[in-house]
Unconditional design. Sequence first.
Lengths: 109, 116
Amino acid sequence: GQSLEQPSEVTAVEGAIVQINCTYQTSGFYGLSWYQQHDGGAPTFLSYNALDGLEETGRFSSFLSRSDSYGYLLLQELQMKDSASYFCAATDSWGKLQFGAGTQVVVTP
Amino acid sequence: NAGVTQTPKFRVLKTGQSMTLQCAQDMNHNSMYWYRQDPGMGLRLIYYSASEGTTDKGEVPNGYNVSRLKKQNFLLGLESAAPSQTSVYFCAISESTARAGANVLTFGAGSRLTVL
């Protein structure tokens, strides 16, 4: 099985940069994904890392270090619409995902 | 949530009642999943199906059963509902690819179930 840890909440002002860390303990780890979920909505896919290093998608970037069992999601130029919960999820060799408990990001004016 | 439809969106049950949550997809994806989401606990996998006619247990299968008789439908059953099954249930789909790790889930809008 796998377990993932991430902070429960992060607060930042508009325009700031936020980093959400995720550490994992796994068996059969294959890659790390990130999902965003707004209140009352469904999770939506943001990014995926299978290899060490940084993946950039617009204002969002995701990083993975397999040797440290660690990854992070970087949110840049924060906007009010970025207020949401963010989940890291570890994929195993069968393609199944196990999610962390989620980090609520609160963006203030 | 185009492509994944869950019914019902809301339901209130009494302890001991049974019900079925339905998930339908129109994206022709092979894999389908049922997750439950509770405050502070993220999403936990109940059951999944890698293809039509096959199902496997996830992290929290007790108290549930599933059926995947057709590729486009994945049903989640509660035989005897308990208050601990009060939760938001999400169905998800993914297209199995040769790169097993690149498994992007598309979620339905969710079904909010309350068991009294």
